[in-house]
Design a protein around this ligand. Structure first.
Ligand SMILES: [Zn+2]
Length: 61
């Protein structure tokens, strides 16, 4: 993914910063404990598409 794209991306819910996962498959909002999917390099910034982080993921990093 374009690093500049990541710079301008913010969580659609809390407007906070997002963290790209190591495998670049998801964008994580720690504040909301949500993971937004990245499909074919395109982030899907929809709450309805987001996955809730599990406990381990919330504690991670
Ligand atoms: Zn958020």
């Amino acid at each position: 993914m374009d690093p500049k794209l990541l710079d301008i991306l913010a969580c659609p819910i809390c407007k906070g910063p997002l963290k790209l996962t190591d495998d670049k498959s998801e964008l994580i909002c720690k504040a909301d404990a949500l993971a937004f999917p990245v499909r074919d390099g395109i982030p899907v910034m929809l709450e309805s598409e987001a996955r809730t982080l599990n406990v381990d993921e919330r504690l991670d990093k």
